[in-house]
Design a protein around this ligand. Sequence first.
Ligand code: ZN
Length: 350
Amino acid sequence: MRAITVFPGQPGSVRLEDVPDPPASDGPILVRTVALGVCGTDRDIVAGEYGWAPPGENRLVLGHESLGRVEHAPAGAGVVPDDLVVGIVRRPDPVPCPACAVGEWDMCRNGRYTERGIKERNGYGAERFRLESEFAVRVDPGLGLLGVLLEPASILAKAWDHTERIGHRSRGWKPKAVMVTGAGPIGLLAALMGAQRGLDVHVLNRHASDLKSSLVRELGGSFHTDGMAAVDRVQPDVLIECTGSPELIGEVLARTASGGIVCLTGVTAPGHARSLDIGRYNRTMVLNNDAVFGTVNANRRHYEMAAKALALADKTWLARLITRRVSVERWSEALRHSPDDIKVVIDFSL
Ligand SMILES: [Zn+2]
């Protein structure tokens, strides 16, 4: 079968090549790939900046945003042939740590987890892949290709889940407004879930964009490009930071409404030393009971929450998030980021 593979750590090593069929050790559910979403992590791996091959191998099958159709599943697997499924990305560490031991591998404490297409396990960027039943998530058949948005949506399902758990530290918590920074796929899915919670949704983007602003307006939200002036006007109860921009992060902290929660979802490279008035941040955050937390990855519960959120969403709205579909033959075009892209997908049916 064909697969997109890369020699991790070696820029320019990515290629489409023939590889053996997925081994039975990957799980009893055999899936034919429908589509693969591409994100910044894939581009980082291709650039040689991230990623680890499976032990004893040189190359890693790329891809962690999966969508496939079940070809074969044993009885009791929870899915049946023809079901649309998405594979969970992370697998628990072998120790396991206290978090992995209770199925919360997204909170792994020792870092020895593995990840499909990222860390020591082959990914989903192949014509077929296999899954264990506990790592296969069934997708609403009405979603079709849009099911490829499940993995990115799971990240936001977790972000919202943890935001709400923190919010409920106060019995009187009743958030009204959410500000999302960044209108890429992660930011727009964060905004969708904010709208589904009945919140007043605001999205702050660096640049004007007709497509992104109309997507936000269709959620009933407001699209802003005027930076901290917008945050100061809105006084959000929840701020979900999706840009990973050190400059922006330095500005949004301590800028929410009193009791505000800032959720950080972007990954940044170190080396952005800045001078911050820690006295001011600390004073504001203490006196306002502010909270700031980081979140990464998702466990099965979050995938299921995300599957429900996508099933409830307007399909034409979700479809507009996928701004480019390319065939497997033209896979390399999917890895090039263009400023007009929201989500780019490799469509295995083209
Ligand atoms: Zn663990």
